[in-house]
Design a protein around this ligand. Structure first.
Ligand SMILES: [Zn+2]
Length: 267
């Protein structure tokens, strides 16, 4: 059988994404660092805290995070498994509504406050239109998650193996590695044990500017993988129908092809 190997957009072979929670003021500086290095990510915001002392202002959300993704983190940051089902619905639905009004697009990504959840909450998120939700469980791996509603990141930025994992990622020969780093920007403000802003600068310098890396938001990865999984191939593996609205890249017999949206591509 002819072997098809999927690629990320523009024939990139790897993807890096960053995921930062809570929307505190240190985000202003962190976004500046990401922009300087062309690194992109997702910012999970509690709309009920925006504008409070120490948090990003509501009126800055659209411009500050442009080029990145704004995502839910609930209105008030409760432990979701310790509140009523109705409260879960309200916390997510209202966070979506508030953030969507600020950003001007559907906000359907999320990260769990405190990283905690249960199977009932996962089901509720599906009904609430959430497409993915990040946990705080570090896998120290570069895989595509089994279930995007329980998306376990590669590691926290303070993980002792961060730079080692970055090297593994840069040198990886595996198919479609995902390097997913999460944290809180306010953690960089701590001066002990060393200047923590230095950690993220060093990391960004190391992983930026690579021709084979796609620098993506969390949602861009979810939607690309979903499009990839929606492709319909013929039995001979010579034609592919792409029922989605996204271009999908792949190689076959050493040649690169693009499955064009809404069309059958012969390869
Ligand atoms: Zn949080």
């Amino acid at each position: 059988m002819r072997r098809v190997r999927f690629l990320y957009p523009e024939s990139k072979t790897k993807v890096l994404t960053m995921s930062y929670d809570d929307g505190k003021k240190a985000d202003y500086r962190l976004v500046g660092i990401f922009n300087k290095y062309g690194i992109r990510g997702t910012f999970h915001l509690n709309s009920g805290n925006l504008g409070k002392d120490g948090w990003v202002k509501s009126e800055d959300v659209k411009e500050l995070y442009s080029g990145h993704e704004v995502s839910c983190h609930t209105v008030t940051h409760p432990f979701l498994e310790r509140v009523s089902s109705l409260r879960v619905v309200d916390e997510v639905w209202e966070d979506r509504r508030n953030l969507e009004r600020l950003c001007g697009y559907p906000v359907t990504g999320m990260s769990y406050p405190m990283g905690t959840y249960n199977s009932e909450i996962v089901k509720q998120l599906e009904v609430l239109g959430i497409e993915y939700c990040r946990t705080t469980v570090s896998t120290e791996k570069l895989g595509i998650p089994d279930n995007f509603l329980m998306w376990h990141p590669t590691c926290h930025h303070a993980n002792a193996r961060l730079m080692e994992l970055a090297d593994q990622f840069i040198n990886s020969k595996y198919t479609m590695p995902v390097f997913y780093v999460w944290g809180h920007s306010y953690e960089f403000e701590r001066e002990e044990p060393k200047n923590n802003w230095g950690i993220i600068e060093e990391f960004c310098r190391k992983v930026s500017g690579k021709d084979d890396v796609w620098y993506a938001t969390n949602m861009e990865i979810v939607r690309y993988i979903c499009a990839m999984r929606s492709l319909i191939f013929n039995v001979d593996n010579t034609q592919v129908y792409n029922p989605t609205c996204q271009r999908v890249w792949f190689t076959c017999d050493e040649k690169t092809f693009v499955a064009e949206p809404g069309k059958v591509t012969c390869f």
